[in-house]
Design a protein around this ligand. Structure first.
Ligand code: 8YV
Length: 327
């Protein structure tokens, strides 16, 4: 009898077919959204699951599903997991690091460019048939090349953005992180460490790439927005909840900062209604890792974590250590 696993989100058919060779798979190719209680009920009877951010794995879910041995997140971020609770319950947690680093850094840069150069706002204007003549100040935005980017969160993706900024666009790179990079890495990224406050006061563009945790909740709120230059832009490709979206919408409406680019939202897929009514914000639906190649690599790595765990008792990219389960 093959172990039963639940694939909680739609994934590539060939990756699913590969999983079916090893497991009795329940899929969600229909892409149904489940409430927490539905998700807990669906998980019943399965020893493993492939999840995304919408699937919380906490003490309550684990208590209702003591048969679960591994949960493989198809994401590098894992704030939907309570890893200590999973460890206590003997459940292995895995994520998908590395495979999405460069793609996500590309998107961060694209969102910065779109935000600073007002691409979404000007496209809407053109589509609405409002373009009647040329004006010197029509959608004049902020300079990107040669300006100063402040990166908050200098992990792999933050470093990828720093390299693009410094080497591709001649930008000055300043960063804030829980710990400083090694001198070698700082030199490679041409990045200088700063306190968060100094960074917010100095940067022309602020890029958020910090993982979500209780400590990083509302890293950017009204007080931080007030420290930023009135000409500055803010880009969040990290997680909803890192920014106080209500405070941001107010700052954008009052033009206390110039513009924002957001790929992630507090309570997504719901978006704060005030953000939908301000023009100087570019909004995308959590797609920073969304290229076909990268999404395939993420799905395959999550699948391989399940396969290697059940066949060899080890996963490829574990987040915790629990007793192995070799077949
Ligand atoms: C995922 C992400 O696509 O990897 C992450 O942490 O934010 C995205 O790449 C998304 O979280 C799906 O769970």
């Amino acid at each position: 009898m093959k172990p039963k696993i639940l694939v909680a989100c739609p994934i590539f058919e060939d990756v699913l077919a590969g999983l079916r060779e090893h497991f009795d798979v329940t899929d969600n190719q229909a892409g149904e959204s489940w409430s927490k209680s539905e998700w807990m009920a669906r998980l019943s009877g399965h020893v493993g699951a492939l999840t995304v951010g919408a699937n919380p794995v906490d003490a309550q879910v684990l208590a209702a599903n003591p048969q679960v041995r591994i949960v493989a997140n198809m994401a590098v971020g894992y704030n939907n997991f309570d890893v200590p609770a999973m460890t206590v319950a003997g459940v292995l947690a895995t994520n998908t690091p590395d495979v999405l680093t460069e793609t996500t850094a590309d998107f961060g840069f694209a969102l910065l460019m779109a935000t600073a150069r007002r691409m979404a706002e000007s496209e809407h204007y053109l589509r609405a048939g409002l373009w009647k003549n040329w004006r010197y100040d029509m959608f004049a935005g902020a300079e990107v090349h040669g300006s100063t980017i402040g990166i908050i969160g200098m992990g792999r993706i933050g470093q990828g953005i720093a390299r693009r900024a410094a080497h591709g666009f001649g930008m000055k790179v300043i960063y804030h992180n829980r710990s400083r990079l090694s001198p070698d890495l700082e030199a490679e990224c041409k990045a200088s460490y700063m306190s968060k406050e100094a960074l917010l006061k100095t940067a022309d563009h602020v890029m958020l790439v910090v993982p979500y945790s209780a400590e990083s909740h509302h890293t950017i709120g009204a007080a931080e927005l007030a420290m930023m230059k009135p000409t500055a832009t803010l880009v969040n490709i990290a997680r909803g909840g890192i920014v106080d979206d209500a405070a941001l919408a107010t700052a954008l409406r009052e033009q206390r900062i110039a513009a924002a680019g957001l790929d992630v939202f507090e309570g997504e897929p719901a978006v704060h209604p005030d953000l939908l009514t301000v023009p100087n914000v570019v909004l995308t639906p959590h797609i920073a890792s969304a290229t076909v190649k990268t999404r395939r690599a993420m799905a395959q790595l999550a699948a391989d974590n399940l396969i290697t765990y059940f066949s060899r008792g080890q996963a490829l990219t574990p987040l915790n250590t629990v007793p192995g389960r070799a077949a």
